[in-house]
Design a protein around this ligand. Structure first.
Ligand SMILES: NC(=O)c1ccc[n+]([C@@H]2O[C@H](COP(=O)([O-])OP(=O)(O)OC[C@H]3O[C@@H](n4cnc5c(N)ncnc54)[C@H](O)[C@@H]3O)[C@@H](O)[C@H]2O)c1
Ligand SMILES: N[C@@H](CCO)C(=O)O
Ligand code: NA
Length: 320
């Protein structure tokens, strides 16, 4: 059994769901996962604490520093890796600037697992280079479609294909809002309901204005083509009046991404509802491949993060 020490950065909806799944499945595929530290904005707990007790304290008191009987450290994010030296850094925070922390981790040979999109969307080439230099890995399944495995599908498979186009509904919050508006709810009523599901970003304008879907489309472009897009367009859902069969659709093709509301045909695989995402991948040999699955929610996202932790522990290669 190979024990891996993980440092969890961020302890919100996804981070707390992750410690639940780790407690349910501590040993998988010859890997034993040990939570070495957990960080939120109030500090870092490190050592022989019970992650489920930390989850209770976070949920009841709101900050992990209230976990009594354990030392609480106030590491800067970069210090965290240098002091704790985990095997794997798991970022489940909403810190857009987390790239600087990943850079330190990868240079130290610490693999990075993340569900946080901006660092991957804005710095994929540099992160890949750092990972290759230090024989660490960068894994980000849950940045796109949460635990639904579109990233693994593209990074580890389809290597004989030209990816001609990807059309996808990648944001669960706007799908939820649009489907509630279809059934007669106002935008504001639907927005409030989405908030209660725990799928909205810490800054919900990222969902509404298409920024979250745009980050995800950019990540798909990086993985499919190994470069950033030159041509981009982004329109959110604030101006949608008739929501019937409308979804926020991302289109990715070589050199170009756009995100905008589109009215879909009744039989379109993209006409998803609730927290479901869907993607149509068009290729030269395989033709059309459709992937549909949940794209939001704490455990849905933590599931993809968990798989990436095991892949990182096994030093799973990612050709793309
Ligand atoms: N919830 C989902 O369905 C889902 C799905 C896919 C990806 N994600 C992504 O996963 C990440 C976590 O999502 P969530 O739903 O748990 O969000 P959340 O808002 O519930 O939790 C984010 C946590 O990060 C913490 N944080 C932010 N900046 C920090 C910093 N500088 N230092 C320490 N802690 C910091 C916040 O305090 C918060 O506790 C986000 O990047 C989100 O975009 C979420
Ligand atoms: N806010 C995001 C969470 C999943 O990335 C969404 O609604 O899809
Ligand atoms: Na995914």
């Amino acid at each position: 059994m190979r024990e891996v020490k993980v440092s969890i950065f961020g302890f919100g909806t996804v981070g707390r769901a992750l410690v639940e799944i780790i407690s349910e499945r501590p040993r998988v595929a010859g890997v034993e996962i040990r939570v070495e530290s957990i960080t939120d904005r109030s500090g870092t707990v490190w050592g022989d604490f019970d992650p489920l007790e930390a989850k209770e304290v976070k949920e009841n008191i709101g900050r992990i520093s209230a976990l009594g009987d354990y030392d609480v450290y106030s590491f800067k994010p970069q210090e965290l890796v240098e002091e704790i030296k985990p095997d794997i850094l798991v970022d489940v925070s909403s810190w857009d600037g987390a790239f600087s922390m990943y850079e330190v981790a990868l240079r130290e040979g610490v693999s990075v697992v993340t569900s946080n999109k901006p660092p991957i969307a804005e710095h994929y080439d540099k992160l890949k280079e750092l990972a290759e230099e230090s024989k660490a890995g960068i894994y980000f399944e849950s940045t796109v479609m949460a635990g639904t495995p579109i990233i693994g599908l593209l990074r580890e498979n389809l290597l004989g294909e030209n990816i001609e186009e990807i059309l996808a509904v990648l944001n669960a919050s706007t799908t939820f809002i649009l489907t509630r508006m279809e059934s007669g709810k106002s935008f504001d009523e639907a927005f409030k309901e989405a908030k209660s599901l725990g799928i909205l970003e810490e800054d919900p304008s990222k969902d509404i204005d298409g920024i979250d879907a745009f980050y995800k489309a950019k990540i798909l472009h990086w993985v499919a083509y190994g470069e950033p897009p030159e041509k981009t367009e982004r329109v959110g859902i604030r101006e949608v009046k008739d929501a019937k069969n409308v979804r926020l659709v991302a289109r990715v093709s070589k050199g170009e991404i756009n995100v905008k509301p589109r009215k879909l045909k009744e039989n379109s695989p993209l006409l998803v509802s609730g927290v479901y995402n869907a993607a149509i991948i068009r290729m030269n040999n395989l033709g059309e491949l459709v992937l549909k699955g949940k794209g939001g929610g704490g455990r849905v996202t933590a599931s993809g993060v968990f798989t990436d932790i095991v892949k990182a522990a096994l030093k799973f290669p990612s050709p793309r």
